[in-house]
Ligand binder design. Sequence first.
Ligand code: HH2
Length: 293
Amino acid sequence: MNERWQLRSNRSLPVDAAGVSDAHHIDWIGCSIMGVVNVSPDSFSDGGLHFDVGDAVAHGLALARDGALVVDVGGESTRPGAADIPLDAELERVIPVIERLAAEGNVLISVDTRKAAVAAAAVAVGANIVNDVAGLRDPEMVAICAEMGVPVVIVHMQGSPTTMQLDPRYDDVVGEVVGWMEEQADVALAAGVPSVLLDPGLGFGKTLEHNLALLRALPLSQRFPVLIGASRKRTVEQLAGRASVQRRDPGSIAIHLWAAQRGAAMVRVHDVPGHREAMQVDRALRNASYTPG
Ligand code: HH2
């Protein structure tokens, strides 16, 4: 698949960052990588690892060097059962990291938040994209992103992290999830958000069957680029039979390669070097005119 993707911004982007062709466009071909920087003590796979500002910034810069187009900085765990955290705590975790990453790196930065106030503060110190796992359900989030002129990742979630995995139900999971995401995208664009990526939210109020149905229905949308985030999630454990979160990267790569081959524009991952190498090999295999060089 050689789809060309573009996200537009009304704000200046770091033009030296990979994928940025001028100050208002991010352009790429095929599937790109978003690397995860969790600045939280309780994230399910890497909680506490990058809780210190210096560690989180160093990790983000390393992910960019390893081949991530975007680094995604989040301060609130949204694993199943996680409790909401107060605004001040979230701001304290993510803002210093984004500020330093924007100053020190030539990388695109997304802020992973459900709070409009965190999105606004993050964009003010240099975040380029808002990644909202609540999918712009908060009208204030739509207004802030439109006013600040930033692209948004619209994630589908049934319920909230505290309750979402208790008993998720759909009549037609693909139709309902895609229909909802495209409606949210239309609302956002009409309000002035410059562009969007859609994310079906694997594991966000979905059983294994729901996740598989969504992955099998890729590319999901004919109208918008799609992002897939399966990294180290329970789906990988259920399919690969590995209990330990640290052993889930090979299964994550398998799911993300499947997604890349079926038109996903981006995958959100913890193991950036592993994914970059696997995707490079996959591209070489599928490119009949590939010659080693
Ligand atoms: N998944 C998580 C968090 N943010 N954003 C998008 N767009 N898509 C996802 O699938 C997604 C996301 C959950 O994973 P992680 O950040 O590793 O864990 P935690 O929420 O425990 O910090």
